[in-house]
Design a binder for this molecule. Sequence first.
Ligand code: SF4
Length: 444
Amino acid sequence: MALSGIQIYKMLPRTNCKDCNFPTCLAFAMKLAAKQVELSACPHVSDEAKSKLSAASRPPVRPLAVKSNGHQVQGGNETVLFRHEKKFFTSPGLFVRVYDSEPADVIKARVAQVDTYTVEYVGMELAMGGIAVQAHGGDFAAAVRAVRAVSKLPLILMADVDDLKAGLAELNEGEVPLLYSATVKNWREMAALATEHEVVLAITAHNIDTMVALTTRLMDEGVKDMVMAPSQRDLRQSLHANTTSRRLALKKNYRALGFPLLSIPGDLPAPEHETIAAAQAIAKYSSFIIIDHFSPETIYALLVLRANIYTDPQKPIQVTPGVYEINNPSPTDPVLVTTNFSITYFAVANEVEGAGLSAWILVADAEGMSVLTAWAAGKFDAERIAKDVKRFAVADKVSHHRLVLPGHVAVLSGELEEELPDWEVKVGPREAVDLVAFMKQALV
Ligand code: SF4
């Protein structure tokens, strides 16, 4: 049963010492009740209160991980329904499914493509989560072997109990695959298999009541790490199943539904809806997403969507302040000034790099904000830029003393020249897209 803020407050030291970065114990208690802070943020809680509060502040969605050979895909540990309330913690893994009825060479070729696919997006390397192996009338163990011959990514094994046993025998020690799935018919055998091998177990059910009955029975059997896979077959039903489960877990602290979710867009009757269903699963709470069609053009969109949804909305994606070299610049090449908001930095860097030009980019510390936002917030002013020019020893890298300011903050040029009397400040274009033309015309 969830405790109210007042109930939690009564168990805190009530000294208002502020060590938790909240002004009062009551403010901290309210945040703890809303699951927006960790109990560990207060270092003064008594052991007795800690044991009571730990149970109450236990994650409403059980954290777990599917692991293999140094890779892992985590699920659970979420505390909010909407990312703007706090943030989402565990980014879902995208798994590509292969079938044991396919020839080993076909499986290997496909898996190798998935395994090696990475794409860079504003400084982050995006990649696939793993491989799902589906029994389909072939040799299941041989299919798992074929996958493992070319990839060390985490696995979801999808088969009956006997094939799962054969598949598990092919795995390396220490691997934690996800077994799919326990149903009303086989849950006892699946529970025994999951507990014996200490793996994650998926549960399929056609409605929420059956899901609750199954998770409850499996918990009684000692299965801890479970993933719920509502077996809906259209976008409306899958959205409803996922949001209902997550809402009950978070808002009612309903333990029987407090597990990560798994979706299989590859099971939709209309293959053209697979990417839409995968996007829905990313946005609405699935931790493990199995698709049948792998193509870079659709995967890229899904991975970027995931990156944006699972970015902390209160912390902009940042690059580390400093001086960045584009195309091996020489001391005569220009110094372009920008902020450490990732999208801003990469917009500038990509324009220059893509045109084959060389430059030094001074990324000033603007607390991760874009140029205009940082300027309006007082985080990108002449004093800060001058400080970073000195801090990063820009003068030691170039033979000239000339900086190019973003056009949006042309107003800073006079002040910056006062802060840096030895430097000339030129005003560049407002938009990164105009930077190459500016560099070719105004900086020759
Ligand atoms: S650190 Fe603990 S005792 Fe101090 S104000 Fe926060 S909740 Fe209260």
